[in-house]
Ligand binder design. Structure first.
Ligand code: G3P
Ligand code: CA
Length: 238
């Protein structure tokens, strides 16, 4: 009797909480991060910018209008000004340091460098976090669509795990991926096919697609055998 194995479908990908667990709490807030950890995610994904007063803050958009009661470019704010803004649910914009302190190395952290000139400070903060003894270097993975930021990060830190974010053809990330000795390609799940998945794997990269929320899409990603799934709804990945 020929038994056709479907082992690909059985592989459990890492559960990566998107902006914390944004399906449940206001994105990129301490509440969202705590919720994702409570839900037992393997990794959290957050977005960061460097602001005018020099801090690295956790925020997704270039401007504050969509998410807060303020207006203007996030990078033009001081921390005191940003802390005066309120997010949905009464939450405040956290700094990366606040997130590192709350997490204490309990869960892996994917820091997406959204803004420019973030690599140096983020690297310094990761190194300081490791020195506290709570975090390991490998708890962190740095991703970005701004591949120059990833180049800057690699120049500062030869060991840090790097993921290449792609929006179009995921195979477009392979050359820089090799160049930077990246661990993963993080493609839009919509652009992932059996063929390009195979090619990415053959090239030696892990695959962490974003942002996969619908059950049929989650199933499809599992069938393709991806290594992790970035999702707003961690409870949907079984
Ligand atoms: O890191 C994956 C995903 O978060 C990238 O898109 O717009 O949600 O930051 P975006
Ligand atoms: Ca992101």
């Amino acid at each position: 009797v020929l038994v056709v194995s479907s082992c690909m479908e059985n592989k459990k990908p890492l559960v990566i909480g998107h902006r914390g667990a944004m399906g449940h709490e206001t994105e990129n807030t301490i509440a969202s991060i705590e919720k994702a950890m409570e839900m037992g995610v393997d990794m959290l994904e957050i977005d960061v910018f460097k602001i005018k007063s020099g801090e690295i803050v956790v925020f997704h958009d270039d401007t504050v209008e969509r998410l807060t009661d303020g207006e203007g470019a996030i990078e033009s704010y001081t921390l005191a000004e940003l802390k005066a803004l309120t997010l949905e649910g009464g939450h405040k914009i956290p700094t990366l340091q606040e997130v590192l302190d709350v997490m204490g190395g309990r869960t892996q952290l994917n820091i997406e460098l959204k803004g420019r000139n973030t690599a140096t400070d983020v690297n310094t903060m990761m190194e300081a976090a490791v020195k506290t003894g709570k975090w390991k270097s490998d708890d962190f993975i740095i991703s970005s669509f701004e591949w120059d930021e990833l180049r800057a990060m690699r120049a500062l830190n030869t060991k840090v795990r790097i993921a290449i974010l792609t929006e179009g053809d995921p195979l477009g990330g392979l050359v820089i991926g090799k160049d930077l000795n990246a661990e993963a390609i993080n493609p839009s799940f919509k652009r992932l096919t059996a063929k390009n998945t195979q090619k990415i794997k053959e090239a030696g990269f892990k695959i962490f697609p974003w942002t996969v929320n619908e059950p049929q899409d989650i199933l499809q990603m599992k069938r393709l055998g991806v290594d992790g799934i970035i999702t707003n709804y961690p409870e949907r990945i079984e």
